[in-house]
Write a protein that binds this ligand. Structure first.
Ligand SMILES: [Fe+2]
Length: 269
């Protein structure tokens, strides 16, 4: 597969209805689609180091695995499927099977096919992405990296891309917490917790006092430094995810081998 063909396949995968359907569900306020892109970005950041440690490292397998690893969450939340964590602990073949069928569709759309070894490898990456919390342990560097990045994204970046400075202008206009949640695309609980975070950071006891600071200064401290940084990262991820596939392809292209002017250039992953 050439670098161009791989980019076409990646684009088809990102744009496929199944992968896009991950926008419809969120974990702690972070759309699952944005989380999958975050996992891909973390893998891309780590890639130079892993390529050096493992000369045959396959970035194509990793990126495809990232995009497809959480597809069963959609059916579990808006269909009648088993929960994703149950699948990963008891029947990871279901997650891998769903990934394979999404991959098949994308491949047929662009007439680009991954080699059989790559397909088997993606199967393993998806089946093993929960690491020791799942039934299948990662047995390859590619599976280990996706698991590590997935775990990091879930524990460090999974938060709603909203803070008190988004909430206060709406509160000032008389909206209720539930309405603000609807307008910002998050739950009422997240609106409440963001206001509490800011009250703690500004050392005030009530939302009324917080609103006073916001009216006076135009902004408040949204949270403690660590949490504020998490929210900023979440904003970046969601914005980056909205600009996909272009934004992702821009990040991926420099990592792909430059093709020589041969008739049938072949990627050396
Ligand atoms: Fe995940």
């Amino acid at each position: 597969m050439t670098a161009d063909q791989f980019c076409r396949l990646l684009q088809a995968l990102v744009c496929s209805p199944r992968v896009q359907s991950q926008w419809q569900i969120s974990d702690r306020g972070m759309p699952v689609f944005a989380h999958t892109i975050d996992v891909a970005l973390l893998c891309l950041d780590a890639y130079p180091d892993w390529r050096e440690r493992f000369p045959d490292f396959r970035l194509d397998v990793v990126l495809i695995g990232c995009l497809l690893h959480d597809l069963t969450k959609v059916n579990a939340r808006i269909g009648d499927g088993l929960s994703h964590s149950h699948i990963m602990t008891h029947e990871p073949a279901i997650a891998a099977g769903e990934a394979m069928s999404a991959l098949d569709e994308a491949q047929s759309t662009v007439c680009v096919w991954l080699d059989q070894e790559g397909i088997d490898h993606v199967w393993h990456v998806v089946a093993a992405h929960h690491g020791r919390w799942g039934k299948v342990a990662p047995r390859t560097p590619e599976a280990a990296l996706v698991h590590q990045s997935d775990n990091y994204s879930a524990t460090h970046h999974r938060t709603a891309p909203v803070d008190a400075n988004d909430v206060l202008p709406l509160l000032d206009r008389g909206y209720k917490w539930a309405q603000i949640g609807q307008l910002l695309g998050v739950s009422r609980a997240i609106v409440k917790s963001r206001l509490q975070d800011a009250c703690r950071a500004e050392r005030v006891r009530s939302t009324t006092e917080l609103l006073g600071i916001w009216r006076e200064q135009g902004a408040v401290r949204p949270a403690d430094d660590e949490h504020a940084e998490q929210i900023e990262r979440a904003r970046f991820i969601v914005d980056f995810a909205r600009r996909c596939p272009e934004s992702l392809l821009e990040r991926v292209r420099p990592c792909l081998p430059v093709e020589e002017q041969s008739l049938d250039p072949v990627l050396d992953w």
